[in-house]
Design a protein around this ligand. Structure first.
Ligand SMILES: [Zn+2]
Length: 389
């Protein structure tokens, strides 16, 4: 069976576990890294399964979603949650984690250090203490190896040891999760101040971005999106939510950097399967459309009938707008004063990488100080790469 077919089968089986209660249909061993952006309503919740079978939850949706999440995990045969990582202390993110912790063994809680006065937070945190789950406080620079080539790097929050107060949005954790060449970026409800810190900490580009704060206007800035250069932005929001998420400005910022967008409000749970070099996105609604009344189809036998057409299938080998040129190393341009000009770079992304690595900008690549390098001096950007010195 081809790799594409294997991925399609894995994704189909993963969705089938959401749609049916027949746990025997769920593979006991998967060879790919699967990230499910769950349709939790208004909130965030992502369920990650590593190739080795470890389970990671990044947010759990609101409190009311918790029992459903526990049900999905148990139906899939999950007996333990290895890592539980609420992005911050807001109830629409961590509320459902209470039910997870109350129903399944949890190996470790990753915590930003924030607290909240809400009953939802206090109830959850008190349970963490009474169960005795090990807690690790996140600080930018930490790296967690989750096995089978899956690694998480923390870019926010910073060390608050000096007494700097926490901001409920800007101290959302920023987790870059890498599986081979495929990168997923989780940013909770991050706002621009936290974005700036993450970029200053060296945040690289990522193919898949969980869009900040459900697509709120206060969320991902254009300069941040330009730097991260996502191919796919995932928005987790409730259908017809009272906040008007996602905001049209955010959708236009995402379009401006060439990102495709999938929203849980429109397509249900979004399942992304990575083999470390390519990824495939399939949505719950696509799977539902392929399931005839009365039962699930047999898994597809090959590419010719590989189930629903993937929404997105891309390779890390592509060089989409926003990614630096192959082999480009911004460090060779650093510490040399005002030596380079915009036309010295083959693309805007290359110039942006230099600006990110040297924010003092001695080369004045960001003359208008808006965080975006060389946007007004495009030629020969993104056309014919020129030899660099
Ligand atoms: Zn939120």
């Amino acid at each position: 069976m081809s790799t594409a077919a294997v991925l399609a089968v894995a994704a189909l089986a993963a969705v089938a576990s959401l749609k049916t209660a027949r746990s025997q249909e769920v593979p006991t061993q998967i060879s790919a890294f699967v990230v499910r952006f769950l349709d939790v309503g208004q909130g965030d919740g992502a369920w990650l399964t590593t190739p080795g079978g470890s389970t990671v939850l990044i947010d759990c949706g609101p409190f009311s979603y918790g029992p459903k999440l526990v049900g999905l995990l148990k139906e899939a045969g999950v007996e333990q949650v290895d890592v539980l990582a609420p992005s911050h202390a807001h109830a629409d993110h961590m509320g459902g984690c209470y039910h997870v912790l109350n129903s399944l063994p949890v190996g470790q809680v990753l915590w930003t250090g924030q607290t909240d006065s809400s009953t939802t937070w206090r109830t959850f945190w008190s349970l963490v203490g009474s169960v005795g789950t090990p807690v690790t406080q996140l600080v930018a620079g930490q790296v967690f190896e989750w096995g089978s080539g899956v690694r998480a790097t923390v870019y926010n929050p910073p060390d608050h040891g000096s007494g700097m107060p926490f901001d409920e949005y800007d101290d959302s954790h920023v987790l870059l999760i890498e599986h081979g060449a495929i990168r997923f970026l989780f940013v909770g409800d991050l706002h621009p101040r936290g974005e700036a810190r993450a970029l200053a900490a060296g945040l690289p580009s990522a193919q898949v971005l969980k869009v900040a704060e459900h697509g709120s206007r206060s969320g991902n800035s254009y300069s941040f999106l330009l730097a991260v250069a996502p191919q796919l932005g995932v928005i987790s929001a409730g259908l017809n939510n009272q906040f008007g998420h996602p905001h049209p400005d955010v959708l236009s910022r995402l379009a401006g950097v060439g990102a495709s967008v999938l929203s849980t409000a429109e397509v249900g749970t979004i399942i992304i399967t990575s083999d470390g070099a390519t990824y495939t996105a399939v949505t719950e609604h696509e799977i539902s459309a392929s399931v005839p009344p009365g039962g699930r189809q047999e898994p597809p036998a090959g590419p010719s009938n590989a189930g629903p057409a993937p929404t997105t299938q891309r390779s890390s080998q592509e060089t989409p707008t926003g990614l630096t040129s192959p082999g480009f190393d911004p460090h060779r341009y650093l510490g040399q004063g005002d030596r380079y000009n915009c036309p010295d770079f083959a693309s805007q992304a290359d110039a942006q990488a230099v600006l990110r690595a040297e924010p003092t900008d001695p080369n004045r690549l960001d003359a208008d100080r808006d965080g975006i390098a060389c946007e007004r001096n495009p030629p020969p950007f993104d056309r014919d790469p020129v030899p660099r010195r």
